[in-house]
Design a protein around this ligand. Structure first.
Ligand code: NCD
Length: 301
């Protein structure tokens, strides 16, 4: 694997191999162990044009646990503020011979755009509304840990589907692995073509999407990407689309609740559900380090 830009580039066998490798790393990491020296002597550059807590930190920890030399470039303090383009920035950094770039950018397609002209490997850490492949992999690892499989699961992905790269990456991965995917959102946050394009069932109310689900994945309302009046007030959204205990009771009794973070508590997810016994939200975060390590160790450039 030279780059990881989107789930569409991965076969089912590649996804399963990454998850198997990540499972081994997860066990080692939970015991506090480093992960060997696969990236020893190699430089990895993290370049995040958008805010991030979990993704950026877990990539950096994964890189360090694999022995990489890590360089964090912050657009706010680089020549980006002087108007340098993304492509020029990446080509100049590439001239310093890093092994890989981990890039997050607000433009859909940004990471594929820069991947071709550079020597180093590129890992997509989220590009606009397009893809967030390591998030889908860490979500799959978490589901597998709880359910023992992905094939045959019913996964309800609920909330701001329109703006969500997490929803798109998850839908692709879960369909490749044989899960049923339900996308549920208010009409203004659900592109009409998505059901057919991603081979998913679509729902304009949350209740029927939750009915009998094995996994409930809630998404953040992405205020920074909302133009115009796509959503009602937070209170109205919580009343019509928020996951509370009453709605969660529609899912299977052993259903798990996921959220990629950051959560808008009291809007798309209630406090009691977020902190309740069915929540695996912090396990997703733990799986993130293992999955990102598996991806980085699988890069061949
Ligand atoms: C997500 C993202 O940035 O795409 N967060 C994450 O990486 N865990 C989802 C979000 O911002 O809502």
């Amino acid at each position: 694997m030279r780059h990881l830009l989107g789930i569409e580039d991965l076969s089912r066998a590649q996804i399963e191999a990454l998850l198997d490798r990540a499972s081994g790393y997860l066990a080692a990491l939970s015991g506090g162990a480093a992960l060997g020296a696969d990236l020893s002597g190699r430089v990895v550059v993290n370049l995040f044009y958008e805010a991030s807590t979990r993704t950026r930190t877990s990539f950096e920890i994964a890189e360090k646990r694999l022995g990489a030399e890590v360089v964090n470039v912050s657009p706010q303090t680089s020549s980006v503020v002087k108007g340098e383009t993304l492509l020029d920035t990446v080509r100049n950094l590439d001239a310093m011979r890093p092994f890989a770039f981990v890039i997050r950018h607000a433009a859909s397609g940004a990471t594929r755009f820069v991947a071709d002209p550079v020597r180093a490997s590129v890992v997509n850490a989220g590009d606009g509304q397009h893809q967030h492949p390591t998030q889908a992999l860490l979500d799959a690892l978490t589901m597998r840990a709880h359910k023992g499989r992905i094939e045959g699961l019913v996964v309800a992905i609920c909330g701001d589907i329109a703006h969500s790269r997490v929803a798109r990456s998850n839908a692709l991965l879960l369909r490749k692995l044989g899960a049923t995917v339900r996308l549920a959102a208010p009409r203004t946050l659900l592109p009409p073509s998505m059901g057919a394009a991603f081979d998913c069932e679509v729902f304009e109310r949350i209740e029927p999407a939750l009915d009998g689900a094995d996994v409930v994945m809630m998404l953040r309302i992405q205020k920074e990407r909302l133009v115009g009046a796509g959503v009602p007030s937070p209170g109205e959204y919580a009343r019509t689309f928020g996951l509370d205990e009453r709605r969660l009771a529609l899912a299977r009794p052993d259903a798990v609740v996921m959220h990629p973070g950051p959560m808008n508590r009291g809007v798309e997810i209630g406090y009691r559900v977020a902190d309740g016994p069915r929540s695996v939200i912090l396990e997703q975060v733990e799986a993130g380090v293992a999955v990102r390590a598996a991806v980085l160790a699988s890069l061949s450039a």
